[in-house]
Design a protein around this ligand. Structure first.
Ligand code: SF4
Ligand code: SF4
Length: 460
């Protein structure tokens, strides 16, 4: 994998010098569901005219509804170690920041997991800094065992996505054999000179090694990989085309592109100042980027974290975001600390949405979505190209909606309050009636009865 920077510059230049008519033609192609090439994407990125922008948002919203229905998947990050040998200039965990460094013991991980289970979480993203001595692969594998082994009442973690530093085929194979969900790695920026400036004198400095990490992960058998860039490091238009080319490379080589794309935006963190970053992305541009990614890669999940405000998250859900984190804490040991306060270690970055999952769930329902804790695809072997085929044919909705309803009921029964019971009860009945396939509707109704009688973890 090599990223042709000159080609991206040329495409951006061509789009910049385009006419209104050419931009409109790209919007029409998107509206007609035609496959878009890189120039089309570059043209969509250039659009500022309000009427054309409104059409882009409409197309993005329609694509999201058509492929995923109105479910929104919820997850939480779990930070297990803040040891880090790298000097990423935008990150609170960078090596030169003086702060207490530690990794959680097995018992502490289990305390964290119990706190997350008490909130109702089923799906986690394990996060750790890079440190081959203090946080090696064996530590990560043991952490995964600790998470999967921890059950509290009806609570259990059913899928753990892993976000750790780029590594070797051998170590990716170990992760694969342990049964991880998606392997997540952010390129941070696809622009090589910026990448090198952002990662001075450290293991992460090697742009090519980082860029080829998904190739090694897929060679090792990991089928679902989750990409991302940190918007704000470089020109976001360049980053979007970088993402598209990286995705196309994986599709060509392995038959399947990104399972998810995360959309973090640069935030204030310990030891850095936002004033030093000239490419910060404003709210309007950010919404535009979400919508264009939804159009460009319709079958890829788009993830938004609690770096964004509640208002922004609620808004971009309309244009394409399909997964959000809820109740997040980026401190090491932070979830348990919320329950039993002790000395705080600063988190990786500042959070903007500090709502608890219960509140997020109620807002989602009020806005017409079905909150989902579904983890079924990974557990049913619907990964890699098998998942993509279902997404491309639109049949994934036949499992997304029923599973969203069943996991919502599970949440209501185990972690809800009377207000949620009422809101969720109405939603359940309405959405059940909308399931067109009579067999599926019958199975879900029967499962709902079984869950009301005490069974758990039923899914399609
Ligand atoms: Fe370390 Fe990751 Fe932060 Fe870089 S972004 S300093 S690798 S924790
Ligand atoms: Fe995700 Fe699959 Fe569940 Fe749909 S059915 S929410 S795609 S895990």
């Amino acid at each position: 994998m090599q990223l042709d920077h000159d080609r991206i510059y040329q495409l951006l230049e061509q789009a910049k010098n385009s006419t209104q008519k050419q931009c409109e033609a790209a919007v029409c192609r998107a509206e007609n569901g035609e496959a878009l090439d890189y120039l089309d994407i570059a043209l969509l990125l250039e659009i500022t005219e309000p009427e054309l922008l409104a059409r882009i948002y409409r197309v993005a919203g329609n694509i999201k509804k058509k492929i995923y229905g109105n479910r929104v998947v919820l997850f939480a990050p779990l930070y297990v170690s803040n040891h880090c040998v790298n000097n990423c200039v935008y990150c609170g965990f960078q090596h030169c920041n003086e702060m207490p460094r530690r990794r959680l013991t097995r018992e502490e991980i289990q305390q964290e997991v119990r706190a997350l289970e008490r909130m109702g979480h089923k799906r986690l993203a394990l996060e750790a800094g890079e440190d081959p001595v203090n946080c090696d692969i064996q530590y990560i594998l043991n952490a995964l065992d600790a998470i999967y082994d921890t059950k509290l009442d009806n609570g259990s973690i059913r899928r753990v996505n892993v976000n750790i530093a780029a590594t070797t085929v051998e170590e990716y194979r170990m992760l694969h054999e342990k049964g991880i969900g998606t392997y997540i790695l952010f390129q941070e920026t696809y622009h090589k000179p910026t990448y090198e400036a952002m990662h001075p004198h450290c293991r992460k400095s090697n742009y090519d090694y980082h860029l080829t990490a998904f190739d090694r992960a897929m060679e090792a058998g990991i089928e679902d990989v989750g990409a991302g860039v940190l918007f704000g490091l470089y020109d976001p238009k360049f980053e979007v085309l970088g993402l598209m080319m990286h995705n196309a490379h994986l599709e060509e080589r392995f038959g399947v592109g990104f399972h998810t794309i995360s959309m973090p935006r640069l935030k204030q963190a310990e030891g850095m100042s936002l004033k030093d970053f000239p490419h910060l992305v404003d709210d309007e541009t950010f919404k535009h980027l979400v919508a264009i990614l939804r159009i460009a890669v319709p079958y890829t999940g788009i993830i938004m974290s609690t770096r964004e405000s509640a208002q922004m998250r609620d808004e971009v859900l309309r244009y394409g975001v399909s997964q959000i984190s809820a109740g997040s804490n980026t401190e090491i040991g932070g979830y348990h600390q919320e329950e039993a306060p002790h000395e705080a270690i600063p988190g990786q970055f500042q959070l903007s949405d500090e709502r608890r999952p219960l509140e997020v769930i109620k807002t989602l329902i009020e806005n017409g979505y079905i909150p989902s804790y579904c983890t079924a695809c990974y557990r049913q072997g619907r990964t890699g190209d098998r998942f993509m085929q279902l997404a491309k044919s639109g049949t994934i909705q036949n499992t997304c909606t029923p599973n969203a309803l069943m996991t919502l009921l599970e949440y209501m029964l185990d972690y809800g309050d009377p207000e949620l019971s009422e809101m969720g009860g109405h939603l359940l009945e309405n959405e059940l009636n909308k399931i067109e396939n009579p067999n599926v509707q019958r199975i879900v109704r029967r499962n709902i009865e079984r869950m009301r009688a005490g069974e758990r973890d039923l899914f399609l």
